[in-house]
Design a protein around this ligand. Structure first.
Ligand code: C2E
Ligand code: C2E
Length: 88
C-alpha cells in the first residue's frame, strides 16, 4: 500500500508500569504472560500479535478500535497502531 506495510503493535512496557493498576492491570498481566512464553524479559517494548489485541479488547469490554484509542491515550501504543487495527 502507499502507506507501507501494516505497522506492528508495540507495547511500551516502561510506560505500562507507570500507569495505575486498575487501568493497566489486565494488559500488564497479558504482556507478562507473553514475555514469559517467549522467555523475553529484558525488553523496553513488546510486539504483540494483532490477534492478541482482539483478545485484549474482549477483556476490556471494548471494540479493538476503542481499546487502541485508549492505549494510545495512555501512551502505551504509538498512534501508528491505528493503521494496524484498521487492517483487521
Ligand atoms: P507458537 O505460536 O507455536 O510459536 C513457536 C515459535 O515460532 C515462537 O517461539 C517464535 O519463535 C516463532 N513465532 C511464531 N509466530 C511468530 C511471529 O509472529 N513472529 C516471530 N518473530 N516469531 C514467531 P517463542 O517466541 O518462544 O514462543 C513460544 C510460544 O509462546 C508460542 O508458540 C506461543 O504459544 C506463545 N507466544 C509467544 N508470543 C506470543 C504472543 O505474542 N501471543 C500469543 N498469543 N502467544 C504467544
Ligand atoms: P513479525 O515477527 O515481524 O511478524 C509479522 C507478521 O508475520 C505476524 O504478525 C504474522 O502475521 C506473520 N508471522 C511471522 N512469523 C509467523 C509464524 O511463525 N507463524 C505465523 N502463523 N505467522 C507468522 P502478528 O501475528 O500480528 O505479530 C506481530 C509481531 O508480534 C511479530 O512481528 C513479532 O514481533 C511479535 N510476535 C508475535 N508472535 C510471536 C511469537 O510467538 N514469538 C515472538 N518472539 N514474537 C512474536
Amino acid at each position: 500500500s502507499p502507506l507501507g506495510p501494516t505497522p506492528k503493535l508495540v507495547i511500551d512496557l516502561e510506560r505500562l508500569q507507570q500507569l495505575p493498576k486498575d487501568k493497566a492491570g489486565p494488559l500488564a498481566r497479558y504482556a507478562a504472560t507473553i514475555q514469559s512464553q517467549r522467555g523475553d524479559y529484558n525488553g523496553k517494548v513488546l510486539s504483540i500479535r494483532q490477534e492478541d489485541l482482539r483478545s485484549l479488547a474482549v477483556i476490556y469490554d471494548k471494540s479493538p478500535t476503542e481499546l487502541t484509542e485508549e492505549l494510545i491515550g495512555w501512551g502505551v501504543l504509538d498512534p501508528e497502531a491505528r493503521r494496524a487495527v484498521e487492517a483487521f
